[in-house]
Design a protein around this ligand. Sequence first.
Ligand SMILES: Cc1cc2nc3c(=O)[nH]c(=O)nc-3n(C[C@H](O)[C@H](O)[C@H](O)COP(=O)(O)OP(=O)(O)OC[C@H]3O[C@@H](n4cnc5c(N)ncnc54)[C@H](O)[C@@H]3O)c2cc1C
Length: 420
Amino acid sequence: MINTNMPILVIGGGIAGITAAVDAAEVGYRVILVEKEAYLGGRVLRMYRYFPKMCPPTCGFEINSRRIRQNPRITVHTLATVDEITGVAGSYTAKIKLQPRYVTGEHAIKDTIINKLTSERANDFNYGLDTTKALYMPHDMAYPPSYVLDRTALSEDDEQMLKAECPPGAIDFNMTEKEITVKAGAIIVATGWRPYDANNLDNLGYGICKNVITNVMMERLAAKSGSAGGEITRPSDGKKIENIAFVQCAGSRDKNHLPYCSAVCCMASLKQARYIREKNPDATVTIFYIDIRTIGREEKFYYEMLEDSNVQFIKGKVAKITQASDDHSLVLDVEDTLSREKLHSGFDMAVLATGMVPNTADAKLPYKTAYDEYGFIDAAKNTDGIYAVGCASRPCDVSRASKAGTGAALKAIQCMMGGE
Ligand SMILES: Cc1cc2nc3c(=O)[nH]c(=O)nc-3n(C[C@H](O)[C@H](O)[C@H](O)COP(=O)(O)OP(=O)(O)OC[C@H]3O[C@@H](n4cnc5c(N)ncnc54)[C@H](O)[C@@H]3O)c2cc1C
């Protein structure tokens, strides 16, 4: 047995990384969990509901954050990235860079002070659909539950106001970036994904027509804590949605954009169609698709949606989305490949089902690592104590990401015990 007293380093605090961290810690291993955002939870926390059970992601997250809070073997670093990794399986050294939060957490900051701020920043949690104050809580369930100050967005006047009105020591304006060095026996990489940039899809009106949004934005539109208080309304004028189109494979399975299938977009749109129908019972939904890909038990979800007479499925790739003359509605041009009819149809809103790009497509690990042609970490080729899980290694859903997290925890433990 070697190195069982070494911690396991987990990079990325989404569902895959959290599962790996909690599982390894609960069998007795020390874990250092490094997350680049100000909060744990990753993309799943930004969902309104998640398939197949349609429960809010906060339920599972509450349990996980409790398990982390109660386990002294887990050390969490947020606003943190790993800048350098050296060493070999069983004995790595990593340099972690910590960005300043400025808020010390030593004193409460009153809402009345926050409300006085005029400086705002784009709310990245809501995919830019609204703004937050420059001093903000990332979201309702944020863990750690601490404010963050975005100094780049803070005006001089607001800075003076905060200095004058916050309790002394609540905000440290002199806080700077820090670097710490840690040792680890094994490393689990769970850096996840980001949505494909819909601005690249020239023909689909994103960025030109306000009512063309992406699938991740739809989650924040539907969420009560989202930009529209949970009402599914048209961004351009707040009108309740009556008919909505889903554009499947928006940029996916397309050699000019993402050549691969992201595995979850069909289920994501079916899920969104279901909750739109629940929230707006009279709304009609049209799903334009190439193939509907639902796997395993999720096929049942698809069959249930086929039964809904307000949900229409049209096989055809949307060629173009344009703004209608009323400045709000959209016109979709698409050929129905089954009937051969050329459609020119009007909708209140269109949702582009964009795929998943691994964060490692451009932000590579600071260690020799094999990637596939799209930037996902090639799990089969990295066996020396570094294990990639969740969407860092392939597009997948929550259940597969968390199972991979558990598997990686076991692999990391085996590695540290000299088993691999
Ligand atoms: C529109 C849409 C809807 C979806 N709905 C569902 C659903 O209903 N049900 C379902 O099962 N699945 C759903 N999914 C899939 C789900 O989002 C993924 O399965 C899940 O996010 C994978 O988790 P992850 O931990 O691998 O990655 P992520 O959720 O991306 O988490 C990765 C974490 O790593 C952090 N990170 C990234 N780079 C670094 C770095 N260099 N250093 C430190 N930290 C870093 C990120 O900030 C993030 O917190 C949906 C996907 C889409 C596109």
